[in-house]
Design a binder for this molecule. Structure first.
Ligand code: NDP
Ligand code: 8X3
Length: 261
């Protein structure tokens, strides 16, 4: 079959697909017969996910093992996608992290760099590389995974909150810049979701991480992935600009009801 005869099959690119929200999005999109481009730094997890999803749903999956903080790697892996893979319908800018949880005067520079470089610069690098494919087709939907931490700030959340406020601002900015190209941009702002997030924030301290989600029901990655699926399936004249999703017992970043009766 030559290029002109190719039948378009919907394609999603998910950054940070090795765990949590990104992985669950991969499962939902595979179930719905999307072609998947999955990225992350842990290659063995990407391989396992690729095998699982291919054998379960028979979909084509391209795994790309790189760090979103590295502009050269982003360009190398995403800049020269072949015709089979470059017709990306949905980009989920999900890769991100909190690193550390301390007062501004005690902050660790390496933690700050990791958050700003991943959550802000990594998202920018991927978006800059992928949007030309969408612009060429005058079609596409970008989902930015921000956070309730991008709407509010909380004690010891300083730099993580700042990085997610930046994502929130970038969602608004992208919506303006990409308007002439008819590319949708949706900002997703979840509250507490039980993933590897807290384990990463507390540098592998299992006890501290588990304590975060104790005595209440947090959001699950599935809750977020289902909302993303809903958002990308609105009719072409409808865009969901900004979605805040919270556990029922979390009113905001500082009011959480543990042990609800
Ligand atoms: P997880 O830690 O489970 O997943 C994070 C994903 O991001 C992993 O797949 C990880 O893959 C990837 N990632 C992290 N750093 C990099 C990097 N430098 N390059 C490439 N990939 C990277 O957490 P979540 O699923 O919870 O987090 C997903 C997104 O959701 C993040 O942006 C987070 O800030 C946001 N969020 C999370 C909330 C929560 O409470 N959990 C609430 C609100 C927003 P790998 O390590 O293999 O590279
Ligand atoms: C993660 C949610 O409230 O831990 O973005 O910052 S929170």
């Amino acid at each position: 079959m030559n290029n002109t005869q190719r039948i378009h099959q919907n394609t999603v690119l998910i950054t940070g697909a090795t765990s949590g929200i990104g992985k669950t999005c991969a499962q939902i999109f595979a179930q719905q017969q999307y072609k998947l481009i999955l990225t992350g730094r842990r290659n063995e997890l990407l391989d396992t996910l690729q095998k699982e999803l291919h054998s379960q749903y028979g979909v084509e999956i391209l795994t790309l093992n790189f760090d979103v903080r590295n502009w050269e790697e982003v360009q190398k892996h995403l800049g020269g996608l072949t015709d089979d893979w470059k017709e990306i319908d949905v980009l989920i800018n999900n890769a991100g992290l909190a690193s550390g949880f301390g007062s501004i005067d005690q902050g660790d520079i390496a933690d700050w760099d990791a958050m700003i470089d991943t959550n802000v610069k990594g998202l920018l690098y991927v978006t800059k590389t992928v949007t030309p494919y969408m612009i060429a087709r005058k079609s596409g939907h970008i989902i930015n995974i921000a956070s309730i931490a991008g709407k509010e700030v909380y004690l010891n959340g300083n730099v993580y909150c700042a990085s997610k406020h930046a994502v929130d601002a970038l969602s608004k900015a992208m919506r303006i810049d990409l308007l002439p190209h008819q590319i949708k941009v949706t900002n997703i702002a979840p509250g507490m979701v039980d993933t590897e997030f807290s384990l990463v924030r507390f540098h592998g301290d299992q006890e501290k991480a588990e304590a975060v989600y104790r005595d209440f029901e947090p959001l699950h990655a599935q809750d977020i992935a289902e909302v993303i699926w809903f958002a990308i399936n609105r009719p072409s004249h409808v865009n969901l600009n900004d979605i805040v999703i919270m556990p029922t017992v979390q009113a905001n970043t500082s009011h959480l009801l543990r042990n609800p009766k």
